[in-house]
Design a protein around this ligand. Structure first.
Ligand SMILES: [Zn+2]
Ligand SMILES: [Zn+2]
Length: 339
């Protein structure tokens, strides 16, 4: 077993993979495919201050159980599963307040640009027999999206604005539709807007017009009831806030790097009764619900895949994501491991 290890910024090395011994409640999974997340690319280009190198990156994955510890009861060797490589402690203050996505003693399994991973049984989510493996790799990003969408408390018939139609925005749009919203999408790239329309967006806003003006034109001058900013930009957050209706809710979903500040008139929030929130990461509940949506076909994920590359070409995959050339890039971690 091997892994592509990020040893320093812009440096990936093909190295033998060493995993810890299997504990009684652990599951050894051979990984099949892993999606590239922009957060992996941020580490690769040296723009993440919180991640220590060397490290095996990658966390959007799917694989097959190979071995289980003697106390494991819920999965067996041979089963296809989605592992969650973020291991929560279960007993810190955040975990006990149902915010395990912010676990204060979190541990990380070895990354998913390695050919195998060990996680506790509690972090293993079995797949239905018919679920396509690449679809299952979207469980993690969709879990984050679901968490963010739930915070907006969309009611049927409301208008949702999705700013940014990369893979994450395209997931938000579909979840907002499932919650009953009419969805307006904004992006500068025509091909991304077209993809959003093909996935059910009601209106693609004209990229040439200021966001507020374009939203007002589509809402009888009233504004959007909810907005998600799925592109890391403080300016876009300001524009989205100005496009909200009375009582509008806004989720700052994408991290903003490098650090920046918002300039929003407090009276806009006060008089218009706006709610501005953020969301990050996921809980086990989000994970299970996300996989359920994928397996029931309630969210289309396969059309989001633009490139499939071998693990050895990980650098090229990072470059595609960095340049926003495609949408989701899937890495074949073990090309022989298919079903
Ligand atoms: Zn991710
Ligand atoms: Zn915890």
């Amino acid at each position: 077993m091997y892994a592509m290890v990020c040893t320093a910024p812009f440096t990936l090395e093909w190295q033998p993979l060493h995993l810890p011994p299997l504990g009684p409640r652990d599951v050894l999974i051979h990984l099949s495919q892993t999606g590239i997340c922009p957060s992996d690319v941020r580490v690769y280009v040296g723009k993440s201050s919180s991640t220590k190198l060397p490290k095996i990156l990658g966390h959007e994955t799917v694989g097959q159980v190979v071995e289980v510890g003697r106390e494991v009861v819920s999965v067996k060797p041979g089963q296809w599963v989605v592992p969650d490589g973020i291991i929560k402690c279960g007993c810190c203050a955040a975990c006990r307040k149902a915010r395990s996505n912010k676990c204060q003693r979190v541990r990380y399994a070895s990354g998913a640009y390695g050919q195998a991973m060990i996680v506790p049984e509690t972090n293993v989510y079995p797949l239905h027999e018919t679920t396509p493996l690449p679809a299952a790799t979207f469980t993690e990003p969709l879990a984050c999206v679901l968490r963010g969408e739930r915070m907006l408390r969309i009611t049927p018939g409301e208008t949702a604005l999705i700013v940014g139609c990369g893979p994450i925005g395209l997931l938000h749009l579909q979840v907002a539709k499932r919650f009953g919203a009419r969805v307006l999408v904004a992006d500068l790239k025509r091909d991304r807007l077209d993809k959003a329309l093909s996935l059910g967006a009601d209106v693609a806003l004209d990229p040439q017009r200021p966001l507020r003006e374009a939203v007002l034109a589509e809402t009888d001058g009233y504004g959007a009831d909810v907005a998600v900013v799925a592109f890391g930009s403080a300016r876009l957050v300001e524009s989205a806030a100005e496009a909200l209706a009375y009582g509008g809710r806004l989720n700052i979903f994408a991290g903003v790097h490098p650090k920046d500040s918002l300039s929003i008139d407090p009276n806009l929030i006060h008089y218009n009764e706006l709610v501005i929130t953020g969301s990050a990461d996921h809980t086990p509940l989000d994970y299970a619900e996300a996989l359920n949506l994928i397996e029931r076909g309630l969210v289309q994920v396969l059309p989001l895949i633009s490139d499939v590359i071998p693990l050895r070409d990980l650098q090229r995959g990072f470059e595609i994501v960095q340049a926003q050339q495609g949408l989701k890039v899937i890495v074949e971690v073990n090309p022989d491991l298919v079903r």
